[in-house]
Ligand binder design. Structure first.
Ligand SMILES: [Cu+2]
Length: 368
């Protein structure tokens, strides 16, 4: 990362996709989970209530946002892949109190199924239907340009599902990013409306259209990266991955920063004092601490006019969206003057640090 422009590219593409696993805590502008901040009630998301699939979508004027299953979490106008002849369910929530409905249409845009209109924020509708080959897209009648997405209908015999369950060493499901060759999904427990209810454990799901051996890579902040080969051979596969936690040592250095609007400001040590977005230098394998103060409180989302969920400290790599990784991702803090200390082990792949709610508050990381 050598210039501000590439930072911008990286963080927009990267944060948008790569932090979707941090559901419930991200900025609405693209990051998954943020929509939950705008809802007073739990999302009525359930998965696989029907033979086919259950999709949950959030409807806002600027577009449909995928909620569940995990592979559409946070995506704008996600492709809904349906299994021909099977019963499916779409649950959609009115996210902004505007006038919306959900319409399934053929490739001429003619409605095949539609729900009633909803006007109240937080209200939801369910549509149960049998997937037919003529289904080609979905949209909202009052907002057909922005609120529109494609439908792909596949032969159920030709698609095998790979389910990846991710657990910590205690056997508890955890949020992780799950990479399968060039596909990317999340074992997103936060996509659950209520984790206490008796739903299936969280899992990432992939549609496998061809048999073969695939490299699976699973990881999340604070845990070891685990790779495993998965073979798809004419049927569905279930895989469980245990991600051991990385133990941090005593920090060899503590960096102090204050987060301001659009920038991090260095406080300590002296060589970064008063510097905007100072470069942080680490040695691979050593533990570092970053203590930072939220200098601005919560910002307001321009589109929604509502408070964003505060700010956090993220360390990330570069690369293409699907290869983009988050190495550190702290909890969000909302209040001006609030402090947070984040400890982590430096890794060679770390390239930038940033605030997930401000795509311009980005600095370089140099790891030796
Ligand atoms: Cu609409």
């Amino acid at each position: 990362m050598t210039n501000d422009n590439s930072h911008d590219q990286l963080t927009r593409r990267g944060v948008l996709k790569g932090t979707a696993a941090a559901a419930g805590t991200a900025a609405i502008t693209g990051t998954a989970g943020a929509y939950r901040e705008h809802l007073n009630e739990p999302l009525p998301a359930v998965q696989n209530d029907v033979d086919g699939r259950t999709f949950t979508l959030l409807g806002i004027v600027s577009g449909w946002i995928g909620v569940a299953p995990a592979e559409i979490d946070g995506q704008s106008g996600p492709t809904l892949r349906l299994l021909e002849g099977e019963e499916h369910e779409v649950i959609w929530v009115n996210g902004d109190g505007s006038h919306h409905n959900f319409v399934l249409a053929d490739d001429e845009g003619d409605a095949l199924e539609a729900t009633p209109m909803l006007d109240e924020q937080g209200e939801f509708e369910e549509l149960t239907f049998t997937a037919e080959s003529e289904m080609a897209e979905y949209y909202c009648e009052p907002h057909p340009v922005q609120m529109r997405g494609p439908i792909e209908v596949v032969d159920p015999d030709e698609v095998h599902e790979l389910h990846v369950h991710v657990e910590d060493s205690d056997g508890d499901p955890i949020e992780a990013e799950v990479f399968l060759e060039d596909m990317h999904s999340f074992s997103d427990i936060a996509a659950r409306p209520d984790p206490d209810e008796d739903f299936e454990p969280a899992r990432a799901r992939f549609d496998m259209l061809e048999d073969g051996d695939y490299e699976l890579e699973v990881w999340t902040y604070g845990h070891e990266r685990v790779t495993e080969e998965v073979t798809i051979d004419g049927g569905d596969e279930d895989v469980s991955i245990e991600l051991p936690a990385i133990e941090t040592g005593d920090p060899v250095e503590t960096y102090s920063l204050t987060l301001q609007e659009g920038e991090w400001v260095g406080e300590a040590p002296d060589e970064i004092a008063d510097e905007a977005n100072p470069t942080l230098e680490f040695e691979a394998g050593e533990t570092y601490a970053v203590e930072w103060e939220n200098g601005i409180g919560q910002l307001e989302d321009e589109e929604w006019g509502e408070p964003l969920p505060g700010h956090n400290f993220v360390v990330a790599s570069g690369g293409d969206t699907n290869e983009w990784n988050t190495y550190v991702r702290s909890e969000f803090i909302d209040e001006a003057g609030e402090n947070q200390t984040v400890e982590f082990v430096a890794e060679e792949e770390m390239e930038v640090y940033l605030d997930q709610s401000q795509h311009d508050a980005v600095g370089d990381v140099v790891v030796e």
